[in-house]
Write a protein that binds this ligand. Structure first.
Ligand code: CA
Length: 232
């Protein structure tokens, strides 16, 4: 039996049943909510490990549910969006969601997202002791000295590339939106300069990834942003 308890917030019964059947078959514990108000109360009273949140709820908007829960909790939130518009996902991610699934999704996709989130939870628990060195596969960041190593070799990064890499590393497993990255690395004046971000990301990847076309570390979410993956 998995020690993870998932709060499933979804008003559409067939989708909710698909999710809970999958969770049950894979040893997860779960609780369900059919609207936003009761979901916020369930999140507070049950303190779940992961939240699966449908953005289109009958009472309050899913993004508002995220904002309320983020008022007191950092629980990982995976949003489920029926709409293909990127703006919903971007709003949800900027409000504090960690990841997203687009309907219709497969059972395999759902399980894969949960595994990514579980690895993120494990990383956050380890980071409780304020790690001075970040390790992920062959990548090592020594925060104290500001040195980055790949397979034991020191990488030569520009200050911007280093800032970008640290931001992604500190949020391993979480999808970061373009706006979030631009604000953190350059400050708000760069808010809309996604083109420049793309250029810096390409040069960073050239140094970091063995095959930049099939990146191992930094995943692209087209129209949305980037995510550092935990490399096994
Ligand atoms: Ca819905």
């Amino acid at each position: 039996m998995s020690r993870y308890q998932i709060l499933v917030i979804e008003d559409d019964a067939p989708v909710r049943n698909l999710i809970t059947t999958t969770l049950k078959a894979n040893g997860y514990q779960y609780i369900t909510a059919g609207n936003g108000e009761s979901a916020v109360m369930d999140a507070a009273s049950h303190n779940p490990d992961i939240i699966l949140l449908d953005l289109g709820l009958p009472d309050i908007d899913g993004v508002e549910v995220i904002r309320r829960i983020r008022g007191w909790s950092n629980v990982p939130i995976i949003v489920i969006s029926a709409r293909s518009e990127d703006t919903d996902k971007i709003d949800a991610l900027d409000a504090g969601a960690d990841d997203y699934l687009t309907k219709p999704f497969s059972v395999e996709e759902l399980l894969a997202r949960l595994r990514v989130t579980q690895r993120r939870i494990a990383l956050i628990q380890n980071a409780g002791q304020e790690q001075a060195v970040y390790t992920n596969g062959d990548l090592k960041i020594d925060y104290a000295s500001g040195c980055v190593y790949l397979g034991g070799e020191e990488m030569h990064l520009t200050p911007i590339e280093y800032k970008l890499l640290c931001l992604l590393a500190q949020n391993t497993g979480k999808v970061l939106t373009h706006t979030f990255i631009l604000q953190k690395v350059w400050g708000s004046s760069w808010e809309s300069n996604v083109g420049s971000l793309r250029v810096f990301m390409a040069t960073l990847r050239k140094k970091l990834e063995k095959t930049p076309d099939a990146p191992q570390y930094i995943q692209t979410h087209i129209g949305i942003g980037y995510r550092m993956l935990k490399v096994e």
